[in-house]
Design a protein around this ligand. Structure first.
Ligand code: SME
Length: 173
C-alpha cells in the first residue's frame, strides 16, 4: 500500500514532498501509463481545489487523453487549440487565471475556472502535457508553476515510453 501523507506548512514544502513522493512512485518503472496513473492520483489527493488532474500524451502530432482524475474529458486536442494545445505548440507553461477569458479554451467541465498546463519535454521531444484544472479563479500562482515545472522535469523521462518518438521508431523497422 502506498500512503503518502503530505501535510506541508507552505506551498514550496508541499511541492518538495509531492516531488519526493512522485520520485519514489515512478523510479525504475518504465511503463508510462502506470506512472501517469499514479501521478494523477497523487496530484488529486495532494493538491487542494482541483476538479481535474492528469495527462494528455503527444501521439502522432496531436494530444490524446491519458490517465487522469476528475470528470470524463475531451479525448483529442490539436496543437494550438485551447490551453493544453497552446502549451504543446509553444512548449511554454500556461497558467490561466480565468479560462473563460482564454481564446479557444476547451470546456471539458463547466466547473473549471482556472488552469495550469505544463509541457513534458524529454530529449528535445514533447512527450505530452500535465494539466490541472480548478473550480476557483486564479487558483494557480508562481509557486504552483515552479513546483509543477520541477515535477515535469522529473517525470518527462519516465513518461516517455509512449511518446511521439514511438511512431517514428516503428516507421524505421
Ligand atoms: N480545458 C483544456 C482541455 C482539457 S480539460 O481541461 C481536461 C484546454 O482548454 O486545453
Amino acid at each position: 500500500m502506498y500512503d503518502f501523507r503530505i501535510d506541508a506548512a507552505d506551498k514550496p514544502a508541499l511541492y518538495r514532498e509531492l516531488i519526493a513522493a512522485a520520485d519514489s512512485l515512478t523510479a525504475g518503472e518504465p511503463d508510462a501509463v502506470a506512472n501517469m496513473a499514479n501521478i494523477a492520483a497523487l496530484l488529486w489527493e495532494t493538491l487542494p481545489e482541483l476538479n481535474w488532474a492528469g495527462f494528455y500524451r503527444h501521439v502522432g502530432g496531436e494530444l490524446v487523453l491519458g490517465p487522469f482524475q476528475g470528470r470524463a474529458a475531451c479525448i483529442r486536442i490539436p496543437f494550438g487549440k485551447g490551453v493544453c494545445g497552446a502549451a504543446a505548440a509553444t512548449r511554454a507553461v500556461q497558467c490561466v487565471a480565468d479560462v473563460n477569458a482564454f481564446p479557444g479554451h476547451i470546456a471539458c467541465d463547466s466547473a473549471s475556472a482556472s488552469e495550469l498546463v505544463v509541457p513534458l519535454v524529454h530529449d528535445g521531444a514533447l512527450v505530452g502535457v500535465l494539466d490541472l484544472d480548478s473550480p476557483r479563479l486564479a487558483r494557480f500562482d508562481a509557486e504552483d508553476v515552479a513546483g509543477c515545472s520541477e515535477l515535469a522535469r522529473l517525470l518527462a523521462p519516465r513518461l516517455a515510453s509512449m511518446d511521439a518518438a514511438a511512431p517514428e521508431a516503428l516507421k524505421t523497422r
